[in-house]
Design a protein around this ligand. Structure first.
Ligand code: FAD
Length: 514
């Protein structure tokens, strides 16, 4: 999964915080008062200015075990930056929580003062929603403990952990659970929105493997939710994103995985794209859960990549016996020799770190364009559209269209069993584009919009983690029949919509809240 960014969030937040740009110097220049400016201008959830008294801020600082960072404090600039460096926001306060009690105090402070509140786990938000302009950011990155109980096959993971650490600690004892495909993604945001990864077709989404969560809700109280405690809340956190509180600890069920897996990518010239997509989807439709296929149509624009040009890339993962995986891939031999083939038996850890193993360059820039949607299946018409429309994108535009196989164990959970609704999607489709030169932005956006408007009608719902700042109508549609239950839960656990920087489920009808 590639990197993206949604421009509309910028617009929404700029609107919400517009009053603050003039006020920002207050926290830069106001007289210091025991390390706290005498006046601290912050931003409310509805975009109004909030003046915080120095005494209140000092009390908050004194109550915390972890650091409270204000604009002048060392470490503030590092703490406010996300993985996507393009989000240049300045929270009035950053609470770097050490434990659930710190999280509770930060939530109490935010609620009491009506502050715009962001929650940061691993900082990989594609919409930049885990940092806010002028409000309070609750940063969990210091909460980084992972404890594996190999006997009970459970891992207890704090909310600031990056997924590579879970893979490393669980693989050390021959166990694994579903995590995403980029090792530096946070487990928190990933799991709460669903959590897709190489193992999902065998053992379900990351959220399907949750045994329990410890969560601090908007009232500042720490609560445990599981199949036996607060079941409704447990239902909601499995796919409902960060709407209901701050999860301080995730407990995952683990599965045995101690043998090599078959993993890698095969790169074909774009002239073969139609055949690659047709063959891959044909094999995918008959595939056992152990096999997951994907096809990426990519245009690597020179000079930013090692391998400029347009390609069709087949991605392969098989978590059973690698020889069985090879047999399942035999029908793909009719595609002829690829330009490059990295499919091989490797350790699961190698497969999880495999981003750099294929020679398709993955620029570490901020993506300028992302659109995503689930596909119920593949048809000849859609296949033609994908190949033809992608070929029409400008050669100078770094872009990609990724088709990732879903199904298997993901689809065997009833849509109403957890908040994650789109269980019957056959594929997840993602279009992205990168550019740094502002002059080409309009033409690039137009080219990608043209492509997306042709393929979007084939989609049904979308993955909230890839476009968390979508508008209310799209969020409602993607939660389907689960939406009303989510609204009821929101009213119970976050009636004031303190946790609004997410694929938001407002506690009241949208007309009165947004
Ligand atoms: P953050 O930026 O820290 O948080 C994102 C949002 O999650 C926050 O705005 C907040 O609403 C919520 N949140 C975070 N922590 C908490 C918490 N402790 N309690 C409550 N709410 C919280 N997704 C997949 O499913 N599979 C993939 O393979 C995958 N690959 C990716 C690769 C890259 C390079 C990137 C950038 C993203 C990828 N994603 C993938 C999307 C990913 O799931 C989301 O970006 C996710 O939000 C990242 O979680 P995080 O904790 O790092 O995010």
């Amino acid at each position: 999964m590639r990197v993206g960014r949604r421009g509309f969030l910028h617009a929404a937040l700029a609107a919400a915080t517009g009053t603050l740009s003039a006020a920002r110097p207050l926290w830069a220049y106001a007289a210091r008062n025991g390390g706290v400016p005498s006046e601290l201008a912050a931003c409310s959830g509805s975009g109004q200015r909030v003046d915080l008294a120095a005494a209140d801020v000092k009390d908050l600082r004194a109550s915390l075990r972890g650091p409270l960072l204000l604009a002048q404090d060392p470490g503030y600039d590092d703490a406010r930056l996300l993985w996507l460096r393009g989000y240049d926001r300045h929270p009035a306060l950053i609470v770097r929580a050490i434990d659930a009690a710190d999280v509770g105090r930060a939530i109490d402070f935010a609620r009491t003062h009506g502050l715009l509140t962001a929650v940061r786990g691993g900082g990989h938000s594609l919409a930049g929603q885990s940092v806010c302009e002028g409000g309070l950011t609750i940063d969990l990155s210091l909460m980084s403990a992972v404890e594996v109980d190999a006997q009970r096959r459970l891992a207890s993971v704090q909310g600031g952990v990056l997924l590579g650490e879970v893979d490393r600690k669980t693989q050390a004892v021959g166990l694994a659970t579903t995590m995403g495909t980029a090792t530096d993604t946070g487990i928190a945001g990933l799991t709460l929105g669903g959590g897709m990864g190489r193992l999902m077709r065998s053992i379900g989404l990351a959220c399907d493997n949750l045994a329990s969560v410890d969560i601090v809700t908007a009232d500042g109280k720490l609560t445990r939710a599981s199949e036996v405690e607060n079941r409704d809340l447990f239902w909601g956190v499995r796919g409902g994103g960060g709407n209901f509180g701050v999860v301080t600890t995730f407990e995952y069920r683990l599965h045995r995985l101690a043998h090599p897996v078959l993993s890698g990518a095969r790169i074909y010239p774009y002239s073969e794209a139609h055949r690659v997509l047709a063959a891959a989807t044909e094999v995918a439709e008959r595939a056992p859960d152990a096999l997951t296929l994907g096809v990426d149509l990519v245009n690597n624009a020179p000079p930013s990549t090692e391998r400029p040009g347009r390609y069709a890339v087949l991605t392969v993962f098989h978590c059973g016996d690698p020889r069985d995986g090879e047999r399942l891939l035999e029908p793909l031999k009719r595609l002829g020799a690829p330009l490059h083939d990295s499919v091989a038996a490797v350790s699961y850890l190698d497969a999880q770190g495999a981003v750099g193993t294929a020679p398709v360059a993955v620029p570490r820039t901020v993506s300028e364009y992302t659109r995503t949607g689930f596909l119920p299946g593949m048809s000849a018409v859609l296949l033609d559209e994908l190949v033809r429309r992608f070929a029409a994108t400008p050669p100078s535009l770094d872009c990609g269209l990724e088709l990732a196989q879903m199904g298997g164990a993901v689809a065997r959970v009833a849509p109403s069993a957890t908040a994650y609704w789109n269980r019957h999607a056959a594929y997840d489709l993602m279009l992205f584009g990168d550019w740094t030169d502002g002059q080409s932005a309009q033409a690039n956006t137009q080219a990608l919009d043209t492509l997306w408007s042709a393929v979007e009608p084939f989609t049904r719902g979308y993955y909230v983690n890839t476009a968390p700042a979508e508008d209310g109508a799209r969020v409602r549609a993607t939660y389907g029949e689960n939406y009303q239950r989510l609204v009821r839960l929101k009213k119970t656990y976050d009636p004031g919509n303190l946790f609004s920087l997410n694929a938001n489920i407002p506690p009241s009808p949208p007309s009165t809240t947004r």
